[in-house]
Write a protein of this length. Structure first.
Length: 375
């Protein structure tokens, strides 16, 4: 037997309440009551919310009331279309545009002439943006701090403008002391395309290119390198080529454009980084990056535990091929081709291919209209 409802439930209404724990206003749906005691309790609750609101200093635009009294007072807070939201955002940028330009121009001059370390006041204060927005030094502190730091470009204030200062950094290995070590001057290119002149310590115990890598520099040439690229520079160029199809020429031109508005010292004889990185240097780094990501050169002895996914026996992958195409003997053996570094991974050696075809067992009596290995 169904229960008969003799009375209907009162409708639900929206009520804005103040949550003291989160210090925010929340809109809740409650049922309207007709009991006088409930009305008095509601009035007490509203009075309590009003008292709590008076004790907290909130901006007026943070109050989001959903009651009818506030819809007309702040109609832009609810039911905004996409065009209206975009218009409000553009209006906010319009109010900030002039202030941002003025602030940017103000930051072209030093905010202080006091060194942040020794606290001495100097007129020609040195500012290093790579160290941070508040890195102001005197000449002595700047040289002491940047003695072993590469890829920083401090600028010195000269009455009306910042001028770059010439600094020669020295990099030396702390983990290897050898009597056959020697120092040489090189050009180091950072991730922003800036060139730095520095002295590095090399050792005759290993190849200079290997020592370059210990300093997080990728050598431009395999023997006697004079230019080293920051590994972040090479990684950024490699990723942009793979993901964005960006040519190396466009990448180098974009970096040069970034620094076209800055003063350059006449004594700095800059190298052409595009000619240094394009070609075999970049190709070898791509293969180096591929080998690290795929663990191609890691043996079983390199792992502490045995990998359960790796196959125990060499596997053969068979794929369909268009045997009507011409197979060139020079496939994969070009001097400038990246496939030559992968050896037999993509292209099988021509001699091995011919031996595989000659040794392949074929039943000549089998009735079949397909011609096998017609090259």
């Amino acid at each position: 037997m169904k229960r008969i409802h003799l009375t209907t439930k009162p409708p639900k209404i929206k009520r804005t309440v103040f949550d003291g724990a989160s210090s925010k206003f929340q809109t809740k749906h409650v049922r309207m009551t007709y009991n006088g005691s409930d009305v008095s309790n509601s009035n007490n609750t509203n009075q309590e919310v009003t008292n709590q609101l008076a004790q907290i200093d909130y901006p007026a635009d943070q109050f989001d009331f959903q009651c009818e009294d506030n819809v007309n007072s702040n109609p832009g807070r609810i039911n905004l279309t996409y065009a209206e939201k975009r218009k409000r955002v553009m209006g906010a940028w319009d109010l900030l545009r002039d202030k941002l330009i003025e602030t940017r121009l103000e930051e072209q001059s030093p905010a202080t002439h006091c060194c942040c370390f020794c606290e001495s006041s100097v007129d020609d204060v040195i500012f290093c943006q790579d160290c941070g927005p508040s890195a102001y030094y005197c000449d002595t502190c700047c040289k002491r701090i940047h003695q072993n730091i590469l890829f920083h470009k401090p600028h010195q204030w000269k009455q009306t403008m910042y001028v770059p200062i010439q600094m020669t950094n020295e990099l030396a290995r702390k983990d290897h002391i050898c009597e056959s070590s020697y120092s040489t001057s090189i050009y180091a290119v950072d991730v922003k395309g800036l060139q730095h002149t520095c002295k590095i310590q090399l050792c005759r115990c290993e190849d200079p290119a290997v020592t370059f890598l210990r300093y997080s520099l990728w050598p431009a040439t395999p023997t006697s390198p004079k230019i080293g690229f920051d590994l972040r520079f090479m990684e950024l160029l490699s990723v942009l080529q793979l993901e964005c199809c960006l040519p190396a020429k466009s990448f180098c031109d974009a970096l040069d454009t970034m620094h076209s508005n800055y003063i350059k010292l006449i004594s700095n004889v800059e190298k052409n980084i595009y000619r240094a990185v394009v070609g075999d240097c970049l190709t070898e780094y791509n293969y180096h990056r591929y080998s690290l990501n795929t663990r191609a050169n890691i043996t079983e002895s390199s792992f502490a535990t045995e990998c359960p996914i790796c196959v125990k026996t060499p596997s053969i992958v068979s794929m369909d091929a268009n045997f009507g195409l011409v197979h060139k003997q020079s496939s994969g053996s070009g001097q400038d081709r990246q496939s030559a570094r992968h050896k037999n991974l993509y292209f099988l050696d021509h001699g091995d291919l011919r031996r595989f075809i000659d040794d392949y067992a074929l039943d000549s009596k089998a009735p079949n209209s397909v011609s096998y290995f017609n090259f």
